[in-house]
Ligand binder design. Structure first.
Ligand SMILES: [Mg+2]
Length: 262
């Protein structure tokens, strides 16, 4: 049954994996769902914590699904991290543990990257699918300096895939914690900061937004943290049983995004 909001929503924040598609497979109702949002007079923004790809990669991924999207249609944990650095540490050299695609995006956005451990004042950990031991030891070396600022793009422990569990940034952070005793400031979902940047960018209020996602401890938690309505879809990770035991309760629950307008 379609969801009726107390007040019409202006912007839908859409998680991607588990919500609009699973891995390489677009859900059959996703295109109609996106059209329904626009038909309702609202807009949407694709949000993701996956920092292994650049925004350009995401635009291409959507194009492969037959969905026309522009770079402005995305806000990712990488954007949140870059915005945070630009706001709080604009002049400090940054050591990034990230993919080539992410490094390019950081540079294009004016972040000062360095490869030199001795120069780095900020260390950023991300979902680096090109991770190697050299990067791990460099990060640990930087973190040995207690004044070094330590950020991470996203707290996800694993990334959903057809092949099973892929270790994500949150798992890397646990490994680094075991080695150094330091925990990063995570900047992607579920931080309120992620929503605040979007509200400021689009000049909207929390009640204008709704977050749609499949994961309780990121998508739904972000709604709880930022007083934004949420819709949990059961097409990905979380089950109804998980909802019972989770501290994060969605405002609405739908089997999939199909049920939001139908
Ligand atoms: Mg998801």
């Amino acid at each position: 049954m379609a969801i009726t909001f107390n007040k019409p929503k202006k912007l839908f924040l859409l998680d991607q994996d588990g919500t609009l598609y699973k891995g390489k497979h677009l859900f059959p109702y996703t295109k109609d769902f996106l059209k329904s949002i626009r038909d309702s007079g609202a807009n949407y923004l694709f949000i993701t914590n996956n920092s292994s790809r650049s925004t350009k990669d995401y635009v291409e991924k959507m194009a492969k699904f037959g969905i026309k999207a522009k770079e402005e249609d995305f806000y990712t944990s990488s954007h949140a991290t870059m915005d945070y650095i630009k706001h709080y540490h604009p002049d400090l050299p940054v050591y990034l543990v990230g993919t080539m695609a992410l490094s390019r995006e950081f540079l294009e956005n004016g972040i000062k990257l360095t490869d030199k451990v001795s120069e780095a004042k900020v260390a950023v950990l991300s979902y680096d699918t090109e991770l190697n031991y050299t990067k791990l030891t460099a990060l640990c070396d930087i973190l040995a300096n207690k004044d070094a600022i330590y950020l991470a793009t996203n707290p996800d422990l694993d990334c959903p895939s057809e092949d099973g569990y892929l270790p994500d940034c949150g798992s890397f952070a646990m490994m680094i914690y075991n080695a150094t005793g330091r925990n990063p400031l995570f900047l992607g979902k579920p931080r309120k900061l992620f929503v605040d940047s979007i509200l400021e960018h689009y000049n909207l209020k929390p009640e204008d937004l709704v977050i749609v996602g499949d994961r309780l401890y990121t998508d739904i938690a972000m709604g709880t943290n930022s007083a934004v309505d949420t819709i949990l879809v059961l097409s990905g990770e979380a089950t109804l049983k998980d909802v019972e035991t989770s501290p994060y309760k969605p405002t609405y629950i739908a089997n999939s995004v199909f049920d939001i307008f139908n």
